[in-house]
Ligand binder design. Structure first.
Ligand SMILES: [Zn+2]
Length: 333
């Protein structure tokens, strides 16, 4: 019996099924040495690096929150025809079939639970989304969701030459996004409910896919998230907000706060604002009275990834920007 189990496990590893994330198209050049040009599509006239995740757009000043994966197949008119597939087992969370409502054009969001964490994959600029797909429906890793396309509501559009799927892996900031949006951004339309881009913070899918390729079954998404580089640390004077429940695995224990009572939380944020470490704090451990207090900034990380502007220099110190404050308002809403 034991032998049978061992052989079964080996078979799973051999077929790649032991790994949580799969590439969303047949383009696997990411794993080839020097395959970047074949895998990523850069912006017009720029190198392939502008199709990767991070501060790669507008000479480093603008965030690109996913990967732009090059098409492999075209029809006789030169339009992309690559099937786009679910990166892991999951359930459909959201479908936008009105390309005019988003710079992502037609897109699909799939909810996954991996190593105990909810993560959301997103596939954008699709031409055709499978007609039978519905919110809540289960999908299997590798199951076809749509056909690659170049839909977007931007004026410049996407050229045939640059046809790609924009692929993201996201954490969801707040389960009550829609109500925050109404209160914080009155008059601004929210066409996508909780699936608004502000509420989804991206992880780097390239790093995840490569690490997983290297580590195989040892890859752990929680460990990956916990090892983000820290941009800054903040204290929030709030003791109940959805992130604490949703990503409880990121909370570190603090016996003092547990004994004296929790008065707030210390959050370590990465450069785009993911609170990847959460520490409960007692009142006796917190200084100041502000709702949000910036404790420190990692200048090296700020210089390396300067495009999200959560913090800024002020005199000899640092402060939260309006954008940083807005992010914390949303996290703690
Ligand atoms: Zn993109």
């Amino acid at each position: 019996m034991r032998n049978t189990v061992a052989i079964f496990c080996l078979a799973l590893i051999g077929s790649g099924q032991a790994q949580p994330f799969q590439l969303p198209t047949a383009n696997h050049a990411l794993f080839e040495k020097g395959g970047e040009e074949k895998f990523f599509v850069g912006t017009t006239g720029k190198p392939w690096t502008t199709g990767t995740f991070g501060c790669v757009r507008s000479d480093g000043h603008q965030l690109h929150e996913g990967l732009d994966i090059r098409c492999l197949q075209r029809d006789k008119h030169g339009e992309p025809t690559d099937p786009v597939m679910a990166t892991a087992d999951g359930a459909i969370a959201y479908i936008n079939r009105k390309p005019s409502l988003s710079n992502y054009g037609n897109y699909v969001v799939v909810r996954h639970k991996i190593n105990g964490l909810e993560i959301y994959s997103l596939y954008a600029h699709l031409s055709e989304i499978r007609a039978d797909l519905k919110t809540g429906q289960d999908v299997k890793a590798g199951e076809k969701l749509a056909v690659m396309g170049r839909t977007a509501n931007t004026r410049e559009g996407i050229s045939k030459e640059r046809a790609h799927v924009h692929f993201e892996l996201n954490l969801l900031l707040n389960d009550h996004y829609a109500s925050w949006h109404k209160s914080a951004l009155p008059g601004q339309r929210n066409d996508h409910g909780d699936w608004n881009g502000r509420n989804l913070l991206g992880l780097d899918p390239r790093l995840i896919l490569l690490q997983q390729h290297e580590q195989g079954a040892k890859f752990n998404l929680l460990t990956f998230i916990q090892h983000h580089n820290e941009l800054c640390r903040v204290i929030v004077r709030k003791t109940s907000f959805p992130w604490l429940k949703r990503y409880a695995a990121l909370i570190r224990s603090n016996p003092r706060a547990e004994k004296e009572g929790i008065a707030g939380y210390e959050l370590a944020l990465n450069f785009i604002g993911i609170p990847f470490e959460v520490i409960p704090r007692a009142a006796s451990e917190m200084k100041g009275k502000n709702k949000f207090q910036l404790l420190n900034v990692n200048q090296a990380e700020h210089d390396r990834n300067p495009c999200c502007h959560l913090v800024a220099r002020r005199g000899s110190g640092w402060e939260l920007t309006n954008h940083g404050t807005e992010l914390l308002e949303l996290v703690t809403w």
